[in-house]
Ligand binder design. Structure first.
Ligand code: ADE
Length: 232
């Protein structure tokens, strides 16, 4: 499938989220910047730069900026796990970013330039990801395109979860996606966020997260690997 991407920037927040990608990569060079290791090389013949950016909006935005403005990446895929909050979303289900927003953004920020509440997932990348997720046997759970809400908070109680649902009605919550999409939007570059549910952001989230982290992270990474196999 055609994407026009010549160098893919791939970011995960945790080691587990980029582990399979690192394993499958032919690494040509490594550098440590911003406290983060950036691996440059190829996967399936595609030029890629892979990094584990750390948790949270600032780490994510800093590394996204570096990928786009210094490393010459012309698209960013953010890969990893999330807490599912939409009805019918279970652990190991997948959400692809139709759009992203912040759940901890004060409304006053939207009054000032450059104000923007929602960031779109790139259409060509969404189509490629949807094609991959639709393949029989690809996923343990189901997949959907949806709204991903980002904030500097691990959501692990039902009261916080319900307040976020009331505020921005997301399908899932995580801690980096919208920050990366915001940088990509400012740079005029395509971005896609792919998240497998590790928990449901409820009172059981901490335990569920521990049990599902590895499987959820690996599934998201496998989706990106399959996207690269199917990309032009
Ligand atoms: N990533 C995975 N689960 C999460 C949660 N419950 N809250 C925020 N980020 C997450």
């Amino acid at each position: 499938m055609k994407t026009n991407v010549t160098c893919w920037g791939i970011l995960g927040a945790l080691d587990q989220e980029v582990m399979l990608l690192r394993e499958q990569m032919q690494v040509e060079s490594t550098e440590k910047v911003l406290g983060t290791e950036f691996l440059s090389g190829t996967i399936d013949g595609h030029k890629v730069v892979v990094a584990c950016c750390g948790i949270g909006k600032v780490n994510a935005a800093a590394c996204a900026t570096y990928l786009l403005f210094v490393k010459g990446c012309d698209a960013i895929v953010n890969v990893g796990i999330a807490g599912g909050v939409a009805h019918g979303l279970h652990t190991l289900d997948v959400v692809i970013s139709r759009e992203l927003c912040f759940h901890d953004q004060d409304a006053v920020m939207l009054k000032y330039f450059p104000a923007r509440q929602f960031f779109d997932g790139d259409l060509a990348l969404r189509q490629l990801c949807a094609q991959v997720c639709s393949q029989p046997g690809m996923l343990v759970g189901s997949w959907r395109e949806g709204r991903i809400a980002t904030g500097d908070k691990f959501v692990a109680d039902s009261a916080t979860r319900d307040a976020i649902i009331a505020a921005v009605a997301p399908d899932c919550v995580e801690m980096e996606g919208a920050a990366i999409a915001h940088v990509a939007y400012a740079a005029g570059k395509p971005c896609l966020v792919i998240r497998t549910m590790s928990d449901c952001a409820d009172d059981d989230a901490t335990t569920t997260y521990d049990n599902f982290l590895e499987r959820a992270a690996n599934q998201s990474a496998r989706i990106v690997l399959a996207m690269l196999r199917h990309a032009d």
